[in-house]
Write a protein that binds this ligand. Structure first.
Ligand code: ATP
Length: 405
């Protein structure tokens, strides 16, 4: 077999790694390609907020899953002590002693290859394939390849590709600043959100891409409208517009899930569907509802709790965004500015046509609490007309707003 392997910290794996791996696969005609995350890397110290070795392996598996005949191997992570390529290469050669084995590396690694531990063995027993990490590096690679060929009689090939100029260090700092998804595959970005790695700040456009497949087709215009409206309301009332967008994008993300699945999400991420606020003897009956009973009594409200659970557990949002999603259907006492904005954006976004919405829409940009009061009253009246019993938190929200007047 003709095989190749690419070692690295993969903290996290990015599109530069993937582009290089694809090009190497094609140009060397490999039957199999292995991504091998290092255990304890010999060349560099890992940053403090780094992913664990297990998480780097899982992300590398996701990266490999997008390339036919590629896979991630855990042999360096399982091994104790520093990761030396010579140990890895020996293990791989033992599996197929007659086959060809390529060590793949980018410019930085290739230029220092002859200083690696047991470089002599590597250059005698493996083929080496190197590729540029930045435009303009080919002449340096060619010069080095000539030295290695002359001095070691090594078989060295250069992979031609249009390099993507990015490092995992760049990715980590972009993630912290609220960007970075464009440097990663969506699956890896979702993994990073789920595991809250590298201080990631969820990027609204990426949340949108990840959330849309979870929505019913007919709900998409509503969520898009809600995102726009929430952003505008946040700017008008001095809230964080990016937080408002995150909450709006995710507020209905669990709506099409069966109730059991929604309850599972709530349980997994510590959200108890209920009525919120402080314990109150007047609400003792409601407060003692089990999650199942809650879902039966208030089926229309369950998605707000499970949406909060999903946003928190799967999309890595802040607790402020989680809570704004949790109360977007009912409202509650003592709502925060963000909670008010999301409630109202959901009510007035441009695709809504219910009676009275135009007046609330106008008022929303003049008197936030006044708009909320009117909208909450409208929706409670509507429920009474249809003989539906409102969730206690909605009544409390309206009373609260009346008091504040
Ligand atoms: P860090 O920024 O944490 O040092 P890195 O981006 O250099 O990480 P590694 O996981 O250490 O990534 O690199 C693994 C291998 O991938 C190395 O051979 C490296 O040269 C190569 N590589 C890294 N980035 C690119 C890129 N943008 N294009 C091509 N090859 C790359």
């Amino acid at each position: 077999m003709n095989r190749g392997f690419l070692g690295g910290t993969f903290n996290p794996p990015h599109l530069g790694h993937i582009r290089a791996a694809r090009a190497a696969m094609e140009q060397l005609g490999l039957d199999e390609l292995y991504f091998i995350p290092t255990g304890e890397p010999p060349h560099k110290d890992l940053p403090a907020d780094t992913a664990t070795a297990e998480q780097r392996l899982e992300m590398t598996e996701l990266a490999a899953s997008g390339i036919p005949h590629a896979k991630a191997l855990d042999l360096e992570i399982r091994r104790e002590g520093p990761s030396y390529s010579v140990l890895t290469a020996r293990e791989l050669l033992e599996e197929d002693p007659e086959g060809e084995l390529w060590l793949l590396c980018g410019t930085d690694m290739f230029l220092t290859l002859d200083q690696w531990y047991r470089a002599d063995w590597l250059l005698e027993n493996l083929h080496i394939a190197a590729y540029p990490r930045k435009p303009g590096e080919m002449p340096d690679l060619e010069e080095k390849a000539e030295v290695l060929r002359r001095k070691w009689n090594a078989r060295v090939e250069l992979i031609r590709l249009d390099p993507m100029e990015v490092s995992s260090t760049d990715v980590r700092s972009a993630l912290k600043r609220g960007g970075g998804s464009e440097l990663l595959g969506d699956e890896i970005y979702a993994y990073i959100l789920r595991n809250r790695l590298y201080g990631v700040q969820p990027e609204p456009d990426a949340l949108w891409r990840l959330a849309v497949p979870m929505l019913e087709e007919k709900r998409i215009p509503h969520v898009r409208g809600c995102r726009e409206e929430a952003g505008k309301l946040a700017l008008r009332w001095g809230a964080d517009a990016v937080e408002a967008e995150r909450a709006a994008i995710l507020h209905d993300v669990t709506k099409k899930m069966p109730a059991e699945e929604q309850l599972r999400l709530c349980a997994a991420y510590g959200i108890i569907p209920g009525i919120g606020g402080e314990a109150d003897p007047a609400r003792a009956d409601e407060e003692s509802l089990s999650p199942d009973d809650f879902a039966r009594r208030y089926p229309a409200v369950l998605h707000a709790f499970s949406g909060a659970a999903a946003a928190w557990g799967l999309f890595g949002v802040s607790s402020a965004v989680r809570d704004a999603i949790m109360w977007h259907t009912t409202g509650k006492r003592d709502m925060t500015l963000l909670e008010k904005i999301i409630w109202l954006a959901d009510y007035i976004e441009p695709t809504r046509t219910m009676p009275g919405v135009k007046k609330v829409r106008r008022l929303a940009y003049e008197d936030l609490d006044g708009a909320l009061r009117l909208a909450m009253k409208n929706s409670l009246d509507h429920m009474t007309e249809r003989k539906k019993s409102p969730h206690p938190a909605s009544l409390e929200a309206l009373n609260d707003l009346k008091k504040e007047r």
